[in-house]
Design a protein. Structure first.
Ligand code: PHE
Length: 347
């Protein structure tokens, strides 16, 4: 037998065994390995074609053609069988994996603002409509703006309630203990009349429990004008409470003490949950403590380069977590900071 005839014979046999193997492949994995075996780069056909160099030049084109058409035939066999197996597998899947199209869709979870951010922007927008402009300031603060400028004398016992965090670098640099650090900062930059609202994070060196955290947020407002009265402070805050709780509530002002306001008061509102008759939220008192407020102390105006003979004003400051706890009936302040999705999802 000549080399050519031998090769032709080989090709014919190859075509037959390969066709049979393709036809017998039962799975997609099978057919891929059959393809590797016969048509792959290291497959049988490649081996046969390597011997093409050993035959006479004039016979090569004919043999090359035969080889090519064998290859094409096998490739189309492969594709046919593969698409058959594909559809088999799909049918099998449809039979075994039942989909209940009546189940509710899983849906995409869309995030939302943190409850504190939500109530903060509610507070801000209420005061914005009353003409209070937003301000921002530093959390890392000097003792001067946090205490001295606000009429806290050095060593005065009123500082005891504001224990904070100090640095080794400079003991007069602290973390602000309240938003009132902004009062003199704002006065220095904005000549009266002025209405300012500023909210942010404040720090206290407290023992943590359900009501107290080392970090909390405050919203504070400051108004400086001519002939400002305590009645205007009352009217402003009553309106704020009406808008925040969605209904007018009775309020009372209890005398209190802050070094930077004179007179100073604590504002209580009738408990919106029991309308004053006493419940768990208000500890059966019928009243809720909401915020501190008062008329700006003349010494603070002076520190802000404002003449107290011409100008006066009021300030009020509230704990944002406390308001959120009251508004949403949350019983533990620590929920706001531990990022538990089961808590956050409820808002
Ligand atoms: N800064 C006070 C506090 O942290 C609250 C306050 C603000 C009181 C403004 C009066 C006026 O308790």
């Amino acid at each position: 037998m000549t080399e050519v005839a031998k090769l032709e014979q080989q090709l014919l046999e190859f075509e037959q065994t390969a066709s049979k193997s393709f036809a017998e492949a039962q799975t997609l994995a099978d057919i891929e390995s059959v393809r590797q075996e016969f048509l792959g780069q290291k497959g049988a056909l490649t081996n046969i074609l390597r011997n093409l160099s050993q035959i006479d030049k004039q016979d090569r084109p004919r043999l090359g053609q035969t080889a090519n058409s064998t290859k094409e035939k096998l490739e189309s066999l492969y594709l046919k069988r593969k698409s058959f197996l594909d559809s088999q597998e799909l049918k099998e899947k449809l039979k075994t994996e039942k989909i209940d199209v009546t189940l509710p869709a899983r849906g995409k979870k869309i995030g939302h603002l943190h409850p504190l951010t939500q109530i903060l922007s509610e507070i801000e927008s209420i005061f914005l409509t009353m003409g209070f402009a937003p301000f921002e300031g530093p959390e890392i603060e000097s003792e001067y703006y946090n205490f001295d400028a606000l009429n806290f004398p050095p060593g005065h016992p009123s500082r005891d309630e504001h224990d904070t965090f100090y640095t080794d670098v400079d003991p007069s640099i602290i973390l602000r203990t309240h938003m009132s650090n902004m009062q003199v900062r704002i006065m220095e930059k904005s000549p009266p009349p002025l209405r300012a609202l500023y909210c942010g994070r404040v720090y206290r060196n407290e023992e943590v429990n359900a009501r107290k955290e080392v970090i909390h947020h405050q919203a504070e407002g400051l108004l400086v004008d001519r002939n400002v009265s305590f009645g205007q402070l009352k009217g402003t805050l009553n309106e704020f409470i009406r808008l925040l709780f969605g209904k007018p509530l009775k309020t009372r002002f209890r005398p209190d003490f802050f070094p930077f306001t004179e007179p100073s008061a604590e504002l209580d509102s009738e408990c919106p949950f029991c309308n004053g008759s006493g419940c768990r939220t208000c500890g059966n008192r019928g009243w809720l403590e909401l915020l501190g407020c008062g008329m700006v102390d003349p010494n603070v105006l002076r520190a802000g380069h404002i003449d107290p003979e011409i100008w006066n004003g009021f300030a009020f400051g509230m704990g944002v977590e406390r308001l959120a706890m009251l508004k949403y009936g949350i019983t533990d302040i620590r929920h706001f900071f531990i990022s538990d999705i089961r808590f956050l999802e409820q808002f």
